[in-house]
Design a protein around this ligand. Structure first.
Ligand code: F6P
Length: 325
């Protein structure tokens, strides 16, 4: 028989993502309803190491569902990479009576959770990152909102770029992963999409489609460049201007993409995943990653979930190329 869990902790870590608050709310509501108290650790692992901890109540998470960002604040914590940092984090949990910890974040955050699990603390990861780069889950919380935010901004941009007959070069977030750029590019009907995962023949993929488009009467071109692609959006724009003579303008969407009220999909996914995470911790599970596959929320072993890199959706990429020109 598993021992009854009395108290769990929750933290958000790494880059924030719209929908993180939905997860915190769901964990608090589900756990407290079952008589399990919940502590909120502020500022990610920095707060765990330094003991920046608050009690979370069911009433205390009223009104957070539509709010972007994270009510617990977040941080990227170098100290958590060291043995000393990890040991301090485990000591805080012992001291505060935290028997299980929900970590809401991306792969860097889960590496921290895995390290704590290896030191004996039950941890469950909930994938929340606008990058959607966690291999075993179809979607991460925040991805849908970020896509919609970027698409909305680009639709506005198109109006002015079209009026001036310019070429737009839009940089979308994604240092190492192009999932966001690919989805956004398809949704805005981009002329081409440049991703960190794909080296391209610039002339064939960028210059030729622009030239062909111009010959067929197109007055505006939209290029989507992921943050981590080659030398970046500015270099792309300079080359386009030099080789086509068309005026190009760079727009870096930046952190706008991480903000804003979460979409319905992210609120629903955050709620489902938060409930699932609380259930796992209460059941005494350890080292699990909550995921969504084929429409179902479930979990997998955290180490297995982190072992591989998520591949680009090749079918979607092929569709993007097929409809581009
Ligand atoms: O959260 C993921 C992410 O938004 C990446 O797409 C981006 O490269 C990075 O975070 C930016 O991080 P920071 O906010 O630390 O500049």
């Amino acid at each position: 028989m598993t021992q009854k869990i009395n108290r769990i902790g929750v933290l958000t870590s790494g880059g924030d993502a719209p929908g993180m608050n939905a997860v915190v709310r769901a964990i608090v509501r589900k756990a407290t309803a079952q008589g399990v108290s919940v502590l909120g650790i502020r500022r990610g692992y920095s707060g765990l190491i330094g003991g920046d901890i608050i009690e979370l109540t069911s009433r205390g998470v009223d009104g957070v569902l539509p709010r972007g960002g994270t009510m617990l604040y977040t941080a990227r914590c170098e100290e958590m990479l060291s043995d000393t940092g990890q040991e301090k984090a485990v000591q805080t949990c012992r001291h505060m009576g935290i028997e299980g910890l929900a970590v809401i974040g991306g792969d860097g955050s889960f590496r921290g959770a895995l390290a704590l699990a290896r030191r004996g603390l039950a941890t469950v990861g909930v994938p929340a990152t606008i990058d959607n780069d966690i291999v075993c889950t179809d979607y991460t919380i925040g991805f849908d909102t970020a896509c919609n935010t970027a698409v909305d901004a680009i639709d506005k941009l198109r109006d002015t770029m079209q009026s001036h007959e310019r070429c737009s070069v839009v940089e979308v977030m994604g240092r190492d992963a192009g999932h966001l750029a690919l989805h956004v590019g398809v949704a805005v009907g981009a002329t081409c999409i440049l991703l960190p995962e794909k080296e391209v023949d610039f002339h064939k993929v960028v210059i030729e489609p622009i030239r062909m488009g111009r010959l067929s009467g197109r007055h505006h071109h939209m290029l989507i460049v992921a943050e981590g692609h080659g030398k970046g959006a500015q270099a792309v724009a300079e080359r386009v201007e030099a080789e086509t003579g068309i005026e190009a303008r760079v727009t870096i969407l930046g952190h706008i993409q991480r903000g804003g009220t979460p979409s319905a999909m992210d609120r629903v996914l955050g709620t489902q995943m938060g409930c699932h995470a609380a259930g796992l911790l209460i059941a005494g599970e350890r080292s699990r990653l909550v995921i969504k596959q084929d429409g179902c929320v479930m979990s997998c072993d955290m180490e297995e979930g982190l072992a591989q890199r998520k591949c680009l959706d090749q079918d979607l990429f092929a569709a993007a190329v097929a409809v581009a020109t």
